[in-house]
Design a protein around this ligand. Sequence first.
Ligand SMILES: Nc1nc2c(ncn2[C@@H]2O[C@H](COP(=O)(O)OP(=O)(O)OP(=O)(O)O)[C@@H](O)[C@H]2O)c(=O)[nH]1
Ligand SMILES: [Mg+2]
Length: 566
Amino acid sequence: MLLALRPRPLCLGSAWTRFLYAARLESLTAAPSDSRLHFRRTLGSARCSSTTTCSEPFRSPFLAPDTDTSHLNPTPDNYSLTPFADRCILTAEAGAGGHGCVSFLREKYIEEGPANGGDGGSGGNIYIQAVRGETSLHKLARRRLIKAGRGKNGQGKMRGGERGADVLITVPVGTIVREIQREDPIQDEIEEQWRAERYGRKEEEEKHELEGTGGYRKDKWLVFPGMVPSELNRMTFPKPPPPRKSHLAALQPQPPVWLDLDKHMETPMLLAAGSMGGFGNPHFITADQSRPKMATRGDVGMKVSLQLELKILADLGLVGLPNAGKSTLLRALSNSRARIGNWAFTTLQPNVGTVVLDDHKGRPVVSKRGRDGQLRENFTIADVPGLIEDAHLDKGLGLGFLRHVERAAVLAFVVDLSAGDAIQALKLLWREVSEYESMRGKELNAETERRTVMYRPANSSAPGDGPDIVSSSDWDRSLEPLPFIPTTPISAKPWFVVATKADLPDTQQNYQSLQHYLEGVKTGAQPHPSNLKNAWKHKVQTVPISAIKAEGVDIIPQLVMDLLEE
Ligand SMILES: Nc1nc2c(ncn2[C@@H]2O[C@H](COP(=O)(O)OP(=O)(O)OP(=O)(O)O)[C@@H](O)[C@H]2O)c(=O)[nH]1
Ligand SMILES: [Mg+2]
């Protein structure tokens, strides 16, 4: 009965639907291409495979023809927006150690049992891992502090405390991690001791500090619960054990942390090792004191403040003025659902699309082997918000997003043929990109200077300075400038121009002048648009397209593959 009432599902395989779909495809393939354009128009395998997007996906014949939108010409509300952040600052705090325990065996007929307090557990570690699935730092941006678990306190009957829980920070591939600040009391103590040994800290000085306390330090010792102050005053404490680091600390990156996580990591990397737990009271048994009533506290965890910056590692970066058609091009090449709108700054955050190079029919659309000899299956495209004049001075949305362009292997300058002189637009884009590059160069030089710490030997102190003790933050750090992340200069990257909106009337003249200009750049008759001498230009070319109709875009994958080998 119920089955009978259920509406019949729309059967796409029905004769009527198949007839309409075939008729539609036929009309599309048969549509005459604009002869004025030099488009290589193919509605072949690449277009209609699931790898790249069909310009006109199948629409139900029951839809009204007026609601005519497609994947490439969507309504402004037809997009998918994923939360995105490409910068964040967070503090990673390794777990503190658990306290040692003061306890004694209690058994029948044993009046004063021996000490049996367990040691505290060590704190949890903080690991970091760059993984392919992550695309943004927004989850970390919301969390200012990431704290590993504290070790559990030791217990009676010699039971050691449990280890604190570890924390794994997962970041997208292409994240740069820089240390801003570090608080490591145990390291400071180790350094302090080293200095005391080297420069001979006076024993009396130490004694004077602890005078009248019997060696009791609240930050170091735990005493038997219920102990009265008078008893505490009478007690003598041994010399506190020397500061210890967990053996895992040797695997931590050398401070200051400076990581470029540009590859997928199979295993996590240790960022901050948890601190050691305190000693239980059996550690302090001596010939004079067989039942010590003290244990040590666990060490506090180290804190590292880090700046994380994501630089999208796309193979192709789209650079263009606002409204040039970058997002439409991204949609035409991939299955991305980037927002498209006929106004400036539709795109407010980078979109990354993947172009799969296989038509899933056993024959690759573009067959190219990477440097490792493996057949390339895909490449990625980053579409960033549009640049405007003086974007390098942080006008518009430009500056923040130029860093994603910085890391793309190949650049595509998208110019709108219908929006005035395309050559001027290209020159403006290059000016912004090269200004940004020179600004970055200056920044890096300043950073190198800031981080270069001059080593002064201990006996070379200036007169009147007293003993030459380098402050703990500078001490024994880099004697040489820190290595900066090597990136190819933007001007040395291969690039090409995508002349878009070529379907609009009166764009042909503009295209021809652009093509002529680029021929000149290639042969050296014209200076490079950035005016830089050694900029890449020997294979530069322009591709006229109509992204909205997916015409001319088919040659882009092959072109990108060729340029990736440059
Ligand atoms: N006629 C025509 N219109 C196009 C073409 N490509 C894009 N458009 C239109 O141009 C407008 C802007 O396209 P977008 O892809 O949003 O441009 P954008 O460069 O991403 O813009 P921003 O994100 O603001 O920088 C939209 O209305 C598109 O439909 C094309 O090839 N031909
Ligand atoms: Mg856009």
